[in-house]
Design a protein around this ligand. Structure first.
Ligand code: UDP
Length: 324
């Protein structure tokens, strides 16, 4: 069985949707930001805390777990600046507990969700895995700490790992059953689309004097199913013994500014957005775009969605939610 921690969240649920086609799956999630309805019915679902050692012991002794895929984390840059303790307790503390349970039960493989926020910022081209890691917010730092812990555990305890540094996950599953749901929503594409559906009177652009082509932040938007497939390939590489430890960027390789994203959303929706300029959001890097050459070469993964199609799938999902 594969244990998917955080499998009721946005990215985790899209991974589970793919994984159940190949493996038996058990999902552990505390539903703090996830939703039970997003978890595919073929997976065993356990609601509980990653930080609860008794629960973990019982899961690892009840099920024969071959590998863990770990999505459970708090992941909002702004919130991490306001409340870093939440990020260190949740993202670092609870993960230590998971790793302890894995070691005690001889489970040797983990795929770990990391982030482009580990890099900090760069204005000079695409980010490779060799780019220096200089996170500029507690969220990025909390993920980098775990990357370092995984490396130490690999060396000393033989724990094998693949770290996936995500760029901006976006879009929704083509099947229309699952998609992005955050309460409250803070991410750019869902906010624009919800506004275009009439749920908010306007949208805010956080900062227009960044050193970028139009002054707004540039991000690399990668479709959530492409991201899910990067996890499938990683799991396969660990279980087959092809990879013992690696770090991969998972991004589309293309950068879009906040203004460009708004234009594409307007085009897909066929509606005009009302845009307000706001102050910069704390902790936001100006430019984050992936080089994805390494994962292409090692795992044969490539993104299949471009931004207009990403927005198309998100628009379908949000339109459906609005009708519920
Ligand atoms: N953003 C914005 N208005 C919003 C939400 C986000 O201008 O209402 C900007 C944000 O400052 C960042 C980009 O959009 O530059 C992507 O933000 P998001 O929260 O989607 O992802 P992040 O890059 O923070 O993980």
């Amino acid at each position: 069985m594969i244990l998917v921690v955080g499998g009721a969240g946005y990215i985790g649920s899209h991974f589970v949707e793919e994984l159940v086609k190949y493996k038996d799956v058990i999902v552990l999630d505390n539903l703090s930001t996830g939703f039970r309805r997003l978890v595919n019915d073929k997976a065993v679902f356990i609601e509980g805390e990653l930080g609860d050692p008794h629960l973990l012991r019982s899961i690892f002794t009840t099920y024969r777990i071959a590998a863990v895929v770990h999505f459970a984390a708090a992941s909002l840059v702004g919130e991490s600046v306001a409340d870093p303790q939440k990020y260190y307790l949740n993202n670092v503390g609870a993960t230590l507990n998971l790793l302890q349970a894995m070691l005690e039960n001889q489970v040797k493989h983990i795929v770990f969700s990391s982030t482009a926020a580990t890099y900090g910022t760069s204005n000079d081209g695409k980010i490779t895995e060799m780019t220096a890691v200089r996170p500029i917010n507690p969220y990025g730092r909390s993920k980098l700490v775990i990357e370092w812990i995984l490396e130490d555990y690999h060396r000393s305890y033989g724990l094998n790992y693949i770290v996936l540094r995500y760029f901006n996950a976006s879009g929704a599953h083509e099947n229309g059953r699952i998609g992005e749901m955050h309460e409250p929503e803070t991410h750019l594409i869902p906010i624009i689309l919800q506004h275009l559906l009439g749920r908010m009177g306007s949208i805010s652009v956080f900062g227009d004097d960044y050193p970028t082509r139009d002054g707004t932040c540039i991000r690399d938007y990668v479709h959530v199913t492409d991201l899910a497939k990067a996890h499938l390939a990683s799991l396969e590489a660990l279980l087959s013994g092809d990879v013992e430890k690696q770090i991969f960027n998972v991004g589309s390789g293309a950068g879009f500014s906040v203004r460009e994203v708004i234009e594409i959303c307007e085009w897909v929706a066929g509606r005009q957005a009302k845009v307000m300029m706001e102050e910069k959001r704390q902790g936001d890097p100006a430019y984050l775009v992936a080089s994805n050459e390494k994962i292409k070469e090692w795992l044969g993964w490539s993104p299949t969605y471009k931004l207009p199609d990403i927005v198309r799938t998100a628009w379908k999902w949000h339109s459906r939610l609005a009708d519920e």
